[in-house]
Design a binder for this molecule. Sequence first.
Ligand code: PEP
Ligand code: MG
Length: 924
Amino acid sequence: MAEKKWVYLFNEIDEVQKTVGGDWDKVRSLLGGKGAGLADMTRANVPVPPGFTVTTEACNAYLAEGEQFPPGMWDQELVALKKVETLTGKNFGDPNNPLFVSCRSGAKFSMPGMMDTVLNIGLNDETAAGMIQKMGDSRFVYDSYRRLVEMFGSVVLGIPDEAFEEPLADYKKNRGLKLDTEMTADDWKTITEEFKTVVRREAGFDFPQDPYEQLRLATEAVFKSWNGKRAVDYRNAAGIAHDLGTAVNIVTMVFGNLGTDSGTGVAFTRDPATGENILYGDYLLNAQGEDVVAGIRNTEKIQNLNNDLPVAYQEFLDICDKLELHYRDMQDVEFTIENGKLWMLQTRTGKRTAKASVKIAVDMANEGLISRSEAILRITPEQVDTLLHPQFDTKAIDIAKKEGRYYAKGVNASPGAAVGRVYFDADTSERKAKEEHQDVIMVRPFTKPDDVHGMLAAKGILTSEGGATSHAAVVARQFGVPCVVGASEIRIDLEKLEMEVGGKVVKEGEWISVDGTSGLVFLGQTPTVAPSLEEQTDLLTLLKWADDICATLGIRKTYPGWPTKGLQVWANADYPKDARRARSYGAVGIGLCRTEHMFFEQERLPIVQKMILAETSDQRIAALDELLPYQRLDFEGLFEAMDGYPVIIRLIDPPLHEFLPSEESLLEEVITMRVKGEKVGLAKKEKLLASVKSLHESNPMLGLRGVRLSIYMPEIVEMQVRAIFEAAADQTLKGVVVKPEVMIPLTGTVKELNWIQPRLERIAKQVMQEKEVTFEYKFGTMVEIPRAAITAEEIAEVAEFFSFGTNDLTQMTFGYSRDDAERNFLIKYVEEGILPKNPFQTLDVEGVGRLMKMAVEEGRKTRVNLEVGICGEHGGDPASIEFCHLIGNNYVSCSPFRVPIARLAAAHSALKYSEMGVQVLEDK
Ligand code: PEP
Ligand code: MG
């Protein structure tokens, strides 16, 4: 049997590829990322110093065999070294013509700085002398030699760095020198000897003069470094498997410090910050690689190399082009020029900012380097998110942490950065923002619907209670206001108008910084950077391509009659201005207009209260008649903004007590009036208190709300439907194309729909008759109670569309209060692994998702073309969007600010599954 091959020369890449069956990923597994890159460049005729790779399999065998090289490995390494000698015309250990090599680690996935490297292997007293004779430059030789002794000592022999750093520092101090560049040949010679003494003292034996011994020990050290603490910790943090092993690359040394016709540098083939298609990098003449990275000397812009070494520079440009073409991505390269000759030492896919990622992907698709689909798949939804919200500068965050300004952490409810002065109630927040033009952070224990004006005026929101789908979170996301909720360490004192964490008190009017992206809160002002979608032309192009993918007929292979295009993206929008924003962000429908928010506006709330407190139906209708014009106006604006697109308007949902003052405050007022003997208005207040008491429920979220309220008090929704249809009719007469869809919330049984829907449809038809117009419309329901999902087949007999209200559906399926769970136990559940993720942020596919899948299937048994969407917070979450694609939703609906993210995520889902057969998830 042929001996196992443990070592491959860089020029044996074809053989490697054949051995692993052609798969490049497997090549990277065997040779590591660096080894594969060096070999691949060699194959592409890029000048790479000759060398070879000892495989990751050899590393694993070494570790498995109790730190013994596997049989044959060392001999193969020696044979490979001989071939390198032939290729370079130099000989390892030969004083007259010495070959020096580096020994570099290189795992499949880059683990920067986590494992070991030794340079200048092959130097000893004899080869050093030989080199000096050959080159006549003893400074260079001793500088290289002392580097080897130091690196060998620390990396291979485990001697602490200080053992070398201290004598060097003392030496420089004694001689009055500061910089390495001031050291002479004799200085380095002395240091080399001193370092050898350090090795003898610390290791108990001499620095090995035998080059082969150096190579063998360095190879072993790299193998061992795979299990070093740093590397293990890094793999744990980065989720890299522990059984991959590292390869060892032995590479001929090339020296950039041989004079002014030598140099070294690093470069990105495009600008990693902006993505611009210009070479971006630095170099130094007469220097070694680490000098560039360490920043000891001021580096030169890469373009200036054209003046210093034009021939090498032109070759470098050609190689960069070639590498980009070959890898079809921006590369991060390292090079050295030795006496005018260019050598490439590394190429890898370069890290970049979100902005650069988008620009590079779009440019490369336009250049024909990659397909549009590939461009789409290269961008993550998180990167789009980053581009749309003002962000804290990462450096600024680090500084804030260093300065001890970290304050608290909560749930990252609505992304983006906000800096402002703290105010503790909605009215003050609004006043300070509007009248005094202050930047405001509204801080509350939690928020209620009547805090919305303060929330809208604020730059950011912070609550000490509540979770990802609490009121504050939902509204903040809806309006794109950065928000952190449930920061439970914070004690808010609404009397003293201050908050406190661990003795740090923030008073009203003081500055804080709230990071809705990370959930962190800082004291004081932290600088932000602000983006805008309109200006981001590359992102707009990419999203347009994403829409094209989703609009492709047949991209979704599913059951007959079900949608075969990808998902559409609609938006949750309550006001015309939000609808306009939603459209400008690319939404093609409104999936949820929460009508109750309109009731909270200043001039309407008293009418709403009058309506709630009415004693007779006539009184109620009179109040509703007053509200009707306002509602009509709201809807007219929505239809106009969404000309030609569907608009789903949800009938009133929340319990009525939310529109009334709190029982506590009323009771306090009544008692005070009684005590003071104030008679005027007392009876009215007492009556109000009695009504509020009568509306009290122990569990309002499970009480008189949604369709139950509509059946209990049909006048309200009758008014709403009239307003919707009058607005739609008026807009139709103006030439706007309207597509109203009336949504009934919280249905649990089809009988509820049987009761209410025909009454409402009658009104719809009546209005159309009165106005003498017709237009498309639909009546449908939210599916947010498990029973609705289970009985979807019956419900679809009446409902023409379903929209999953996954906030309530999650709440009711788990039995977790959406307003309290995160504050109490949910975060712990996630930390303890009881739940994989917060189910109010990412759909619980196995439970809630299963109900949804059942509802779609059952519903479409009755009505094959049933329109299905989602309007809970999950509609903007990429993982949940993928699930909606798989179960056959027509669209997802989310906050306008998340529309671009959802568009990209929808295209990702479409592309990911486009090659598969019927995509509907099979039951486990
Ligand atoms: C839901 O329950 O998912 C929903 C969208 O309705 P709301 O959040 O208004 O209860
Ligand atoms: Mg709901």
